[in-house]
Write a protein that binds this ligand. Structure first.
Ligand SMILES: Cc1cc2nc3c(=O)[nH]c(=O)nc-3n(C[C@H](O)[C@H](O)[C@H](O)COP(=O)(O)OP(=O)(O)OC[C@H]3O[C@@H](n4cnc5c(N)ncnc54)[C@H](O)[C@@H]3O)c2cc1C
Length: 380
């Protein structure tokens, strides 16, 4: 078994590093997200540069504006672009990782022709409208209703914890198109412009930063049937496909490693580097990061071989969350409470165990798959 990168991969990583330093500057410390216009413009400019260099959608097929790059190239890109100061692509990382691939797989020729070139040029921003006040982990119980009326759906309901709405032009929206089917069978996906009449966005103040979350409300919002992605009542297959890509689309272990290196430098600067308790804590965090890295690589390997998504994705994701949490503990020990603020606090340290499926739910999936247990009972 050989875990080394090829010479080509090493060259590619060096090239990518040089590009990132040039495009972002050596001392990039994240975007100021309080100014939504400036944030959107800066992230857009960066994505367009990535697109010009062929990096933005490199893993996509050439016919859709990609380079047919291997899953390993994407993994290297995720590692290099990972920063404790944020995601330089802004919300466009979602376009590349799962919205584009879902459109490629389930879109009509018109939808592909409209959306994919815009995504691969770095010209469009999306939000993800999945969770509802009573449908988070149990997403299949969602109630936002879409009733067919001629060539339109009329949508009424609400979403919650929706990120990126302050900068998004489109929302990837899960709706219930069959009210008699209570769970996953009656769900469809609609691709909806954010300026559609009947859509009102309420911002939610919170720990993850102003404007980080919102509560979009839909009041008799009309959406053309032509904007449905995939079959009517067949949206669950689209979501499962999209989420499998989303869960390891970010190299969480690499963010955590960057933070841990900063904590170690701080420990040395404070004369704590040789404290056995500090060493044990930092060592534990390092071990968790390495374990997460190898588990992510296992999923990358499956993807490189075109194998279907599996429970391995959940195991990797849980390991990534554990790495973040142990780094946060290490930072608390070395720098005191809120210590991560000083070394580039990422909201991932706070929220990694919740977003795109909580740790508990991922562990349910792991137990069901690997320990021959029945699926847990949820909802009605
Ligand atoms: C940073 C961040 C960004 C987000 N962005 C978006 C976004 O852009 N769009 C969007 O739609 N949503 C978004 N979310 C919402 C996220 O998807 C939900 O918070 C998540 O799915 C959990 O749902 P919930 O909050 O309703 O918690 P609940 O589902 O109510 O869960 C509450 C608790 O119960 C536990 N639990 C629930 N069911 C089970 C079970 N079967 N077995 C064991 N334990 C269980 C959970 O693990 C959790 O600890 C975001 C969340 C965060 C933190």
């Amino acid at each position: 078994m050989d875990f080394d990168w090829t010479d080509d991969d090493v060259r590619y990583r060096a090239e990518l590093r040089a590009f990132l330093q040039e495009a972002l500057g050596r001392d990039w410390r994240g975007y100021d997200k309080t100014d939504h216009g400036a944030y959107k413009a800066a992230a857009g400019e960066f994505c367009r540069k990535m697109a010009e260099h062929g990096y933005l959608t490199q893993s996509w097929p050439r016919e859709y504006g990609g380079q047919d790059a291997s899953a390993w190239r994407s993994a290297i890109l995720s590692e290099e672009i990972g920063s404790p100061y944020g995601e330089p692509r802004g919300s466009q990382y979602m376009n590349v990782n799962w919205i584009g691939p879902a459109i490629m797989r389930f879109g009509t020729p018109d939808q592909k022709a409209y959306f994919l070139p815009r995504i691969s040029a770095g010209d469009v921003t999306w939000a993800q409208g999945f969770s509802e006040p009573d449908a988070g982990s149990d997403l299949a119980s969602l109630r936002t209703r879409a009733i067919r009326d001629g060539d339109d759906y009329v949508v009424t309901g609400e979403k919650i914890w929706t990120s990126h709405t302050a900068i998004a032009e489109w929302i990837f929206l899960l709706v219930r198109t069959d009210a008699d089917e209570k769970r996953s069978k009656g769900i469809s996906v609609l691709l909806v412009p954010m300026d559609t009449p009947g859509l009102t966005v309420h911002q939610i103040p919170g720990v993850a930063g102003e404007g980080a979350f919102s509560n979009p409300v839909f009041t008799e919002m009309r959406v053309p049937v032509a904007n449905r992605l995939g079959p009517e009542n067949g949206g669950w297959a689209v979501v499962r496909y999209a989420l499998a890509f989303e869960r390891i689309g970010v190299a969480h272990y690499r963010h955590a490693e960057n933070q841990l290196n900063a904590v170690a430098r701080a420990a040395n600067a404070r004369g704590l580097g040789d404290d056995p308790a500090v060493q044990a804590k930092l060592g534990e965090a390092w071990e968790a990061i390495e374990a997460a890295r190898l588990l992510y690589y296992r999923v990358v390997d499956l993807r490189a071989k075109d194998a279907p998504p599996s429970a391995d994705t959940s195991i990797a994701r849980v390991a990534g969350t554990r790495a973040y949490q142990l780094v946060a503990d290490a930072a608390d020990l070395v720098l005191g409470e809120y210590g991560l603020e000083g070394v580039g606090r990422s909201r991932f340290n706070l929220t990694a165990g919740i977003t795109s499926g909580t740790t508990e739910v991922q562990l349910d999936q792991v137990a069901t798959k690997h320990l021959d247990l029945p699926r847990p009972h949820v909802g009605a």
